[in-house]
Design a protein around this ligand. Structure first.
Ligand code: PEP
Length: 231
């Protein structure tokens, strides 16, 4: 069976006590071989959660980054700092970063160029086919950085409204054929937007869907395990 990815984005929704408790609970998850589980806690608790999950198969990734290396950027986080505490993968371009933190397409794509030329892997979130910078990807993709794409229609994020499987398949297939026409191979394409244990099985097994990026449901242990067990 093809590798499937479940990525939990905890955003800024959990305090320290609940984040650490959820990470402790996650230690008990028995992962199937063909399933990768990744979680993205808030920056503040990354180090603690890495330590809690160190001897498990669950990876800890970043929700975002600002720059590549150290410098005078107040409030910023760099890839080198994330690497120093043991991370090697980040989400980029989440619609909340774009809409609530004013990260423009240009800023996000500049960061995509940076991360593709680093040794970090990246999950690039897009809200429409047109938002994907295919040329930039083609010109910068190399073997040091693995790219994953995540289709996250803004209207479906945190709203309880999930895109229909037909719609998801249509967008994923369009992205997949463009990648194929550019001779870009092995790019997993995830779906994100109100995924829960009741809809995850159908979505995860749909054509051209390699996994799910989960917000709200990933912050609840029963919901998270429900999604994992639905595969
Ligand atoms: C997300 O934050 O990436 C997301 C998909 O959120 P939710 O699952 O809550 O819609």
């Amino acid at each position: 069976m093809k590798q499937k990815y479940i990525v939990g984005n905890w955003k800024m929704t959990l305090n320290k006590k609940d984040s650490l408790k959820l990470a402790e609970d996650i230690r008990s998850i028995e992962k199937k071989d063909n399933v990768s589980i990744e979680i993205a806690p808030t920056y503040l608790y990354l180090q603690d959660i890495i330590e809690i999950l160190i001897d498990t198969d669950v990876s800890v990734i970043s929700q975002n980054f600002d720059y590549e290396s150290l410098g005078s950027f107040t409030g910023g986080i760099s890839l080198t700092q994330l690497e120093e505490i043991g991370l090697s993968k980040t989400i980029l371009g989440h619609s909340e970063r774009r809409s609530k933190f004013n990260e423009s397409n240009e800023m996000v794509d500049k960061k995509l160029e940076i991360v593709l030329n680093s040794n970090f892997d990246v999950i690039y979130c897009f809200d429409s086919y047109e938002q994907i910078p295919f040329d930039l990807i083609k010109n910068n993709l190399n073997s040091n950085s693995k790219l994953t794409l995540a289709y996250e229609p803004t209207w479906a994020i945190g709203t309880g409204e999930t895109a229909s499987v037909e719609h998801i398949v249509e967008i994923h297939s369009k992205v997949s054929s463009t990648l194929e026409s550019l001779n870009i191979k092995d790019i997993p394409i995830l779906y994100g937007g109100s995924v829960n244990p009741a809809n995850s099985n159908q979505i995860i097994h749909a054509n051209n869907v390699d996994g799910v990026l989960v917000g709200g449901a990933s912050t609840n242990f029963d919901q998270l395990t429900g999604i994992i067990n639905s595969i």
